[in-house]
Write a protein that binds this ligand. Structure first.
Ligand code: F6R
Length: 588
């Protein structure tokens, strides 16, 4: 969630930290801050709100740290903004210190005072108290007292060319090249700034000394590491006009074409073999990625006759799941850094399961943890709400399902051809933007919306509802169409919008019946389908381009993404920075 960065550079350190923070801003925009050290003193600038609020003359120094905040402890404010300072030290932190209350009580009893309500400030106080002239060991001693997740970068005025960083469970990556040494919480922050990257493992420290980057263990001994070339596509580039979200929806066909190219070059035999011979198959993911995983699970069960249990990662990890040797876990995550998903994967691995991961960030923690990483090549996704990454996840997962069925039954060539045509079908779906716009104009003042669907359409419905909630701030829920009459129908009154997605011929009439039941109670009904003959009963019919039915989630979500985005804009909000949210949820 929060983004952290550290940089040593002979020249332009302040500008480099600021540029990295701009690339990290979708990780949290509650506040931003920078500190540099030079001439035995710290210069700190921090402000509530966006990175743009840090304007002013560059701060002096060759070592600097920066932070974009997504508030966990303490409201968004100047005081709670990082860096936090104690004596000679300034610190930025991503994560949650779970024992902060006990540590704070101890520090208060020892006479310390606190300037913020954050959990992070206790870390810098502990460092200052542990300091006896050895910067590294003060940080190591303080971190030994923390429980929870953290990645920290620390400056000390006695060592103006050094940054000491530590991590446990939160991501921390070193970057080198282009005349600077970096450390940061997210690989995309280094795109265009560093040529080589190397992630730290839990318990490792990164010690930047001048231009030199050393990985060390807690006892100070060096850890051997290998840097690899930074392969991520150029990071967060804002379009000249409009929002990132609109641009990213428009990029779906290109993302699918790139992802397909990657998938075609990939050897699926080990993944297909693992899935075919698995005792049990699980999927874990969060939010949008969970909807993609659910669509995959339904497809694999139905077509490959392999039962799949799809669980949100946060529930899986605490549910003492029945997973072990011979089982397969498929983890799905755009960022590859979502804390709940990573913990679920660690648990599955510890119990001996085989892990397949689908992620959009090749050098992410998830890709490194997986036995078999698969890629989506959606390109950098800057908008907080996931769009193009979802379509690419569906493509990669459906391709994996097709390969599994193919290896099992030596059939399915028609699916491969259809997956090859998905990019064109999605380009066709994008042309329906006018329908989404008209619908958004009609519903922009709605107080609540319901999305319904059957089969895999219910996951598309769930994704549509999530998008509307998170960026348009309208209460939106989804339910399987057949469940409407089991309770939710009680909400329906005159004008209440019920939006159905129906892409399966066999269930079309059933969904139409559910819409009719809602309409009979006064609902305003909308139907998205590729079958025009189903249009009759709904107040509004929005046609979809056709793909083979099992692959329809790839296209049917697009008008819902467009609808949510238009609703958001018409209601006067910024789709790229939804309130209370941030991209890459690295805390529990
Ligand atoms: C919704 C959204 C979130 C993410 C979720 C998982 O638009 O973006 O629900 O899908 O936080 O993120 P990743 O895929 O990075 O694990």
């Amino acid at each position: 969630m929060c983004g952290i960065v550290g940089c040593f550079a002979e020249t332009g350190c302040y500008e480099r930290v600021l540029a990295a923070l701009e690339r990290l801003e979708n990780r949290g925009y509650d506040s931003a801050g920078i500190a540099l050290t030079a001439d035995g003193r710290l210069s700190v600038r921090k402000k509530k709100g966006a990175v743009a609020n840090l304007c002013g003359a560059p701060l002096a120094g060759r070592a600097g740290i920066g932070h974009t905040r997504w508030a966990t402890h303490g409201k968004p404010s100047d005081e709670n903004a990082h860096p936090h300072v104690a004596g000679k030290f300034a610190l930025v932190h991503n994560g949650i210190v779970e024992n902060h209350a006990a540590l704070k009580a101890e520090l208060l009893a020892a006479g310390e005072t606190f300037a913020s309500e954050t959990d992070s400030e206790v870390i810098v106080k502990l460092i200052a108290r542990a300091y006896k002239g050895d910067f590294f060991s003060a940080v190591a001693q303080a971190c030994a007292r923390l429980t929870g997740a953290y990645a920290v970068a620390v400056l000390c005025t006695d060592f103006p060319e050094e940054i000491v960083c530590a991590k446990n469970k939160s991501p921390l990556i070193a970057g080198a090249g282009c005349g600077a040494a970096y450390v940061c919480s997210d690989v995309p922050a280094l795109c265009g700034a560093a040529a080589y990257v190397c992630p730290a493992e839990d318990g490792e420290f990164i010690h930047i000394r001048g231009g030199e980057i050393c990985f060390r263990r807690a006892d100070g001994s060096p850890a051997e590491k290998v840097f690899t070339r930074l392969t991520e596509a150029a990071g967060a580039v804002r379009p000249p006009r409009g929002s990132c979200m609109e641009a990213e929806i428009a990029q779906i066909p290109q993302g699918l074409a790139r992802t397909l190219g990657w998938l075609r070059g990939c050897d699926f035999a080990p993944a297909a073999r693992a899935l075919r011979s698995a005792g049990r198959v699980f999927t874990v993911a969060c939010g949008t990625a969970h909807h993609a995983a659910q669509a995959f699970g339904a497809l694999l069960s139905r077509e490959a006759r392999i039962p799949v249990l799809c669980e949100t990662a946060s529930e899986f990890r605490y549910g003492d799941p029945l997973i072990g040797q011979g089982d397969v876990l498929v983890a799905v995550s755009q960022s590859g850094e979502t804390a709940d998903t990573l913990e679920a994967v660690r648990l599955a691995k510890a119990r001996g399961a085989f892990v397949i991961a689908v992620t959009n960030v090749e050098q992410s923690t998830l890709a490194r943890l997986a036995d078999l990483p698969l890629r989506t090549v959606a390109g950098a996704e800057v908008a907080v709400a996931a769009t193009k990454s979802y379509n690419c996840q569906l493509l990669a997962l459906f391709y994996l399902a097709a390969q599994t069925v193919f290896y099992k039954r030596a059939c399915f060539p028609s699916w491969f051809a259809a997956l090859g045509a998905a990019a064109d079908a999605c380009a066709g779906a994008l042309e329906g933007a006018a329908d989404a716009e008209t619908l958004a104009a009609r519903l922009q003042t709605a107080r609540a919306l319901y999305f319904i669907g059957r089969g895999t359409d219910r996951f598309t419905a769930a994704e549509g509802a999530l998008k509307v909630r998170e960026i348009a701030y309208v209460f939106a829920e989804s339910c399987p169409a057949g469940e409407l009459k089991h309770g939710t129908l009680a909400l329906v009154e005159e004008g209440f919008p019920v939006i159905a997605v129906a892409t399966g011929r066999a269930l079309l009439q059933k969904t139409a019946n559910s819409l009719a039941e809602a309409k009979a109670r006064g609902a305003f009904t909308v139907l998205f389908s590729q079958y025009a003959d189903a249009a009759g009963g709904a107040d509004v019919f929005c046609p979809l381009p056709a793909l083979p039915e099992p692959l329809m989630p790839l296209v049917s979500v697009i008008p819902l993404q467009q609808f949510a985005c238009r609703m958001c804009l018409l209601r006067g909000f910024d789709p790229d920075r939804p309130r209370n949210l941030a991209k890459s949820v690295t805390v529990e």
